[in-house]
Design a protein around this ligand. Structure first.
Ligand SMILES: C[S@@+](CC[C@H](N)C(=O)[O-])C[C@H]1O[C@@H](n2cnc3c(N)ncnc32)[C@H](O)[C@@H]1O
Length: 264
């Protein structure tokens, strides 16, 4: 058998199906829009993402799964047109209001899901998908990013397959299966004839920002699902004993994957 025989898109779908990940609907993301927006324009993650981008020759950018505009707004001052695409209307509202606050008149939003019809999604010089690629059909998602870009594509995808530190999962007696990580994407791109650059961005995980135990427990439940009373008590007693360092957990690592469009 050779690697050509492997359908990595299918493997990704099978892996995701086995991960028991509950599909989040737009309202789940709506509820996080205000919290994410308060940090959107000033995070170290955004700085690190933008530092790896090449905007030369670019006038427009499409930000897919844009959230409150974490990447699109950070570079909007250097471009003529920025389009944020997301299926959460609260995220798009947050992006528009942040753009207005910052005097950015070149930002527009598109209420759309990865899975919807994209025939009217504009082609842009740069296409970005930051922390937004845990979709059911990654092969189609990558084809869409590639098709909508004139010059370059930049995306980040989880390394290691766990949104919640396995050490925290152990505290509540859960062992969540991993979700498919970036290695599938590299193989699918290779099959598409694309040989991307690869880098990594590490940053504190979401638990590090928790203001108290209730907030901490809510953040754990976002990734692993509702906690029952016993799990909550296990987590509480661990939280009370844990050092600030242990509460912060291990950093999240994102694979930063980028490629150039070869002119046809
Ligand atoms: C982790 S946030 C990332 C936001 C932003 N790109 C960033 O890096 O801060 C994931 C975003 O993807 C959006 N999203 C999730 N699934 C989606 C889907 N199927 N179609 C469109 N957007 C989706 C969510 O609404 C959310 O805004």
């Amino acid at each position: 058998m050779t690697i050509e025989a492997i359908d990595f898109g299918r493997l990704y779908r099978d892996h995701l199906a086995m991960s028991q990940r509950t599909r989040k609907d737009p309202s789940a993301w709506d509820s996080r829009a205000a919290g994410m927006a308060s940090k959107a324009l000033r995070s170290r993650y955004a700085d690190e993402f933008v530092a790896r981008m090449d905007l030369s020759g670019a006038a427009s950018l499409l930000d897919v799964g844009c959230g409150p505009g974490t990447i699109g707004l950070a570079v909007a001052g250097q471009l003529q047109r920025v389009v944020g695409l997301d299926y959460s209307s609260a995220m798009l509202d947050a992006m528009r209001s942040k753009a207005a606050q910052n005097g950015l008149g070149n930002v527009e939003t598109l209420h759309r899901a990865w899975e919807d019809d994209w025939s009217d999604v504009p082609q842009c010089d740069i296409v970005v998908a930051s922390r937004s690629t845990t979709v059911e059909d990654i092969a189609t998602a990558l084809e869409r990013l590639h098709a909508k870009a004139r010059l370059r594509v930049y995306l980040t995808h989880l390394v290691g397959g766990h949104f919640t530190d396995p050490a925290i999962q152990a505290v509540i007696g859960r062992r969540m299966p991993s979700v498919p990580d970036y290695i599938y994407l590299l193989n699918i791109l290779h099959r598409m004839g694309i040989h991307p650059r690869l880098d990594y961005i590490a940053h504190e995980n979401r638990l590090a920002d928790a203001v108290d135990f209730d907030d901490f427990a809510r953040r754990v439940a976002w990734s692993v699902g509702e906690l029952d009373a016993h799990e909550t008590e296990c987590l509480r007693s661990w939280y009370q004993r844990a050092t600030p360092q242990q509460r912060r957990g291990t950093p999240m690592r994102w694979a930063f994957i980028s490629w150039e469009k070869v002119p046809c």
